[in-house]
Design a protein around this ligand. Structure first.
Ligand code: AMP
Length: 292
């Protein structure tokens, strides 16, 4: 129990953990910020329409409530931009499915919808960046990190984030999306069995999302995340509003926040997102149309 309390308590981050993150990030970044300074067309981190999106080594962050689609749109953009999609939730799930010393405590925290300590997240992120560096990765889109102001401050101490995309959906859609989420245990792709039809509020547009069904080879291998139950999703949303929503103001003040209200499912949202990012799809769309 003492170990559990230690994990739940916001612990001070050791200088060695921050130094390790700084070391990893200094090599993971080949300067989007340099490109930004040199490019007159750069606007809130978007790309010049005619620039080849690959090789720009963007360092972007995806913010948004659980279930909003950070993983879906983050991984699609990463494929387009040639940078790794690094989701700290995936790192946590990998750790808890291992037989490592933290797995039991992590499972308890995650299944309560709470946040794990900054120290552990920084350590998992550093390890992930280190292994990526060994494979020659550069740039990234971070999904699920930072999640607290403290994590954002640490990130700012060690690197320069070019753009923060804040994805938004009404809360009723978020809950339905989390409850409908299914993951293939073999290929790791996310699907969704929910058929969403939410009326607009106060004269605003409604939202419809068709289910994103798996291909036949994945059907028998689908599982539901243990933290995608209604009670835990509601707690994750509460934690998000308390700890993560203040990040919107933090990045707005830095002039890095791009707000994006998702208009519907992937077919409606993906082209609009690319437009908002000023990204040119020529020659790239076909390759990514199958991504979940
Ligand atoms: P996600 O897949 O992003 O919903 O994350 C799943 C769970 O992993 C969260 O509910 C947290 O318990 C944990 N987690 C992921 N990222 C972080 C983070 N940056 N800080 C603290 N806990 C995190």
């Amino acid at each position: 129990m003492a170990a559990m309390n230690r994990l739940l308590k916001p612990s001070p981050i050791s200088s060695s953990a921050v130094a390790s993150l700084r070391r990893c990030l200094s090599t993971a970044t080949a300067s989007e910020s340099d490109a930004r300074l040199k490019s007159p067309s750069y606007s809130h981190g978007s790309l010049h329409p005619r620039a080849d999106p690959k090789g720009r080594n963007v360092q972007w962050v995806f913010l948004g409530c659980p279930g909003v689609g950070k993983g879906t749109y983050g991984s699609r953009l990463c494929a387009l931009l040639g940078v790794p999609h690094i989701a700290t939730g995936d790192l946590v799930r990998e750790e808890l499915s291992s037989s490592g010393p933290l797995s039991h405590q992590l499972a308890e925290i995650v299944n309560q919808g709470k946040l794990v300590s900054d120290e552990i997240i920084i350590s998992l992120l550093s390890k992930r960046l280190e292994s990526g560096e060994a494979k020659g990765e550069s740039g990234f889109i971070l999904d699920g990190f930072p999640r607290t102001i403290r994590q954002a401050e640490i990130l700012d101490e060690v690197t320069d984030i070019g753009l923060v995309v804040n994805l938004k959906l009404p809360e009723s859609v978020l809950v339905e999306k989390c409850l409908g989420r299914r993951i293939c245990s073999e290929c790791g792709k996310n699907f969704n069995v929910a058929s969403i039809n939410v009326k607009g509020e106060n004269g605003g547009p409604g939202i419809s999302m068709a289910p994103l069904l798996p291909p036949p080879q994945c059907v028998s291998k689908l599982f539901t995340r243990s933290d995608d139950t209604e009670a835990v999703v509601k707690e994750r949303l509460r934690v998000y509003y308390e700890k993560s929503q203040p990040l919107e103001e933090y990045y707005r003040n830095q002039g890095k926040l791009l707000e994006f209200d998702l208009p519907g499912g992937i077919p409606e949202s993906w082209p609009r997102l690319l437009e908002a990012l000023n990204l040119d799809l020529d020659g790239h769309e076909e390759k990514h149309s199958a991504a979940a």
